[in-house]
Design a binder for this molecule. Structure first.
Ligand code: PLP
Length: 373
């Protein structure tokens, strides 16, 4: 796909060639089931355990605390439903801006008799620690607050919330799916944390759940003994190997990429401010991922703008990937008190200043055409 301007990296990322190269042998010659005891199976087991060690080291946790899943969604569900069902307490605290993997899991638990507090966020898209304190009850078993939001990129005060939770004897889970490609995370500060490989140039269909040693968890699917019976199912060996490699490459290039992407973000905002007078920025402009720019356009229907972007091979998103087929205002935009649709641009180090000029020009031209109709 030549000439594509891909600015939807929060939706998914391109598989890194080096990651693919590490994966291929486990798709071709080393295809053994890790549950078997002969040599081919042992090769798979070793590859899984080496990957587990690598990921644990990067997240500053023990390898026994790492579980492989089939997605970030599954890791979120395992953490929330698994912890809640294995421990005492009927009340969960989360926020209104969580990913649907968390929100819909909480809704399901409500149907089963649990009680959930969905915290509001301010206009800046950030959870207030005071609100968390107020929501805590004697029967609160779990607090789940995302590290960084997938639509507006706002970074949540997870360390303060984790400290508060620990003080009160409540488990704390954070969905770090969007944060992990952009920052070094010490997962040992939390009780549980979820990530997803396809957000950091790894393969689709592999998630990782970190669960602190000693925390009781109930498996949410039934099956065999894999992943200590907590996540049964034959392991995706190539995917797991690819995830470890992708995470290592991401962390090795973190600072360099951060600098590059920050410059692109700054330039993008400057160009938008210079060329357009109708831009409304969504979410806190400082406490946000450096990859994320989320805007609404005053008096312009975003749905009319999106086709112009696509026509020019610009791939951005109107909301999160999971909501992009749904033509209404996202729950996150509503939670920050806005009532217009938004476009999300999420940058990578592969984007260029030239591409940003092109995006701003296309936006400007499309707005002029829409206004003149
Ligand atoms: N959590 C967040 C914050 C996300 O952005 C996503 C995916 O967009 C997920 C969870 C789900 O991850 P996966 O796509 O691996 O199921």
């Amino acid at each position: 796909m030549d000439n594509v301007i891909y600015v939807d990296n929060s939706s998914t990322t391109k598989l890194n060639e080096k990651v693919l190269a590490k994966m291929l042998p486990y798709l071709k010659e080393y295809y053994g089931n890790a549950s078997t005891v002969y040599k081919l199976g042992k090769i798979s087991t070793n590859a899984i355990e080496q990957s587990r060690n690598k990921i644990a080291k990067i997240l500053n946790v023990k390898s026994e605390e790492i579980y492989f899943t089939a997605s970030g969604t599954e890791a979120d569900n395992m953490a929330i439903e698994g912890i809640v069902k294995a421990n005492k307490g009927k009340h969960i605290i989360t926020s209104k801006i969580e990913h649907l993997a968390v929100l819909n899991c909480c809704k399901k638990l409500e149907d089963e008799g649990y009680e959930v507090t969905y915290l509001d966020v301010g206009e800046n898209g950030i959870v207030d620690i005071g609100d968390v304190k107020e929501a805590i009850r004697d029967d609160t078993v779990l607090i789940s607050i995302m590290y960084a939001n997938n639509e507006i990129g706002t970074i949540q005060p997870v360390n303060e919330i984790a400290d508060l939770a620990r003080e009160k004897g409540i488990y704390f889970h954070t969905d770090a799916v969007q944060a992990i490609p952009h920052m070094k995370i010490d997962a040992s500060k939390y009780d549980a944390l979820s990530i997803s490989a396809h957000k950091f140039n790894g393969p689709k269909g592999v998630g990782v759940l970190y669960l602190k040693d000693g925390i009781k968890i109930k498996n949410i699917i039934e099956g065999g003994h894999q992943e200590k019976g907590i996540r049964p199912g034959t392991e995706n060996v190539a995917g797991i190997v690819g995830t470890a490699e992708a995470l290592e490459l991401t962390m090795n290039n973190l600072l360099e990429n951060e600098e590059k992407i920050k410059r692109l973000q700054k330039y993008f905002i400057q160009r938008l401010n210079k060329e357009l007078d109708c831009v409304i920025y969504n979410g806190d402009m400082d406490r946000r991922l450096h990859s994320n720019i989320n805007i609404s356009l005053k008096d312009i229907d975003i749905q009319e703008v999106i086709p112009f972007l696509e026509l020019n091979n610009i791939y951005a998103s109107s909301g999160s990937a999971c909501n992009s087929g749904i033509k209404n205002i996202s729950h996150v935009i509503k939670a920050i008190g806005k009532n217009s649709m938004a476009i999300r641009f999420t940058l990578s180090s592969e984007n260029t200043f030239f591409q940003i000029d092109k995006i701003v020009n296309v936006l400007k031209n499309s707005i002029n055409i829409i206004k003149s109709k």
